[in-house]
Design a binder for this molecule. Structure first.
Ligand code: SF4
Length: 272
């Protein structure tokens, strides 16, 4: 059976590291692998810069595929913003677009299977369950899981090949659309500080849906409208809450590490 290879790039660190990992460890497959990026056209400028950099570092072109309808157009069809429970953005701007791209290959009388390489790491293996599909022509492959590559290994790959992290990592933790509803309130404020124009664009979308027939507030963030987030008193509170959360997490991690060492000593003492 013929095989076609596609690596799905997200513009984030893991899928990028996967491209370099494949180039080094699976050179023959990589040679025949098409790098594909689903461009929602709502990505951060840093993501587009990073993609250009990847092309230069890998010496390979990235195929950028786009939805037929823009986000604005889709929003008028749906009449509400996407949310964690109604993730129409992913379906319309990524999944359907990717599927169409693959199915179009088959319409050109191409036979066989499409191996789709995904950058899920060994330390997040449970994510492979939700990313699996029962498609007869697309087969998901997880080289990092198969080769036990964890977070630290991914950092090492990016460092070794000199590509580093995308610039948005300095102020945001995830790739994706600038208005992604998965970002924290602190990240929203970071967007406000780094790309005011995009923050206000997202705010406009919120206002647009507020004026539709659904009178209840249905914004990007379930706690607070973007307009309220940038009021000085709220900004201060969001920053403080975030700082406290980070400190708490750091203390918890430190405690877990100490406990682990403590029980590690106990284990040795008891059984040696
Ligand atoms: S990055 Fe966020 S907003 Fe964009 S498609 Fe994915 S879930 Fe939707």
């Amino acid at each position: 059976m013929k095989e076609y290879h596609i690596l799905s790039l997200s513009g984030g660190k893991d899928s990028t590291a996967l491209a370099f990992f494949m180039k080094e460890n699976m050179p023959e497959i990589f040679e025949n692998t098409e790098l594909v990026f689903c461009d929602t056209e709502c990505e951060l400028p840093e993501t587009y810069d990073y993609l250009n950099k990847i092309e230069v570092f890998l010496g390979k072109k990235i195929t950028r595929i786009k939805p037929e309808k823009s986000f604005e157009h889709l929003m008028t069809i749906y009449g509400y913003l996407p949310s964690v429970h109604q993730r129409w953005c992913t379906v319309e701007m990524k999944t359907k677009v990717f599927r169409k791209y693959v199915y179009d290959l088959f319409q050109k009388n191409w036979e066989g299977v499409v191996n789709m390489y995904i950058g899920i790491r060994a330390d997040e293996e449970e994510r492979t369950l939700s990313s699996k599909n029962n498609d007869s022509i697309i087969k998901a492959i997880y080289p990092f899981v198969e080769n036990q590559q964890r977070r630290k290994d991914i950092e090492n790959i990016l460092e070794k090949f000199g590509i580093g992290y995308p610039d948005y990592y300095k102020w945001r933790k995830r790739s994706g659309c600038y208005f992604c509803m998965y970002q924290s309130k602190n990240d929203w404020l970071n967007l406000y500080e780094n790309h005011k124009d995009l923050f206000f664009k997202a705010m406009e979308y919120e206002k647009k849906v507020e004026n539709t027939e659904r009178k209840s507030r249905f914004g990007w963030n379930c706690d607070m409208a973007l307009e309220d987030m940038i009021k000085p008193e709220n900004m201060q509170k969001i920053r403080n809450d975030y700082k406290n959360l980070v400190e708490k997490k750091a203390q918890k991690l430190l405690k877990e590490k100490k406990d682990k060492n403590f029980f590690g000593i106990l284990d040795i003492d008891s059984f040696e």
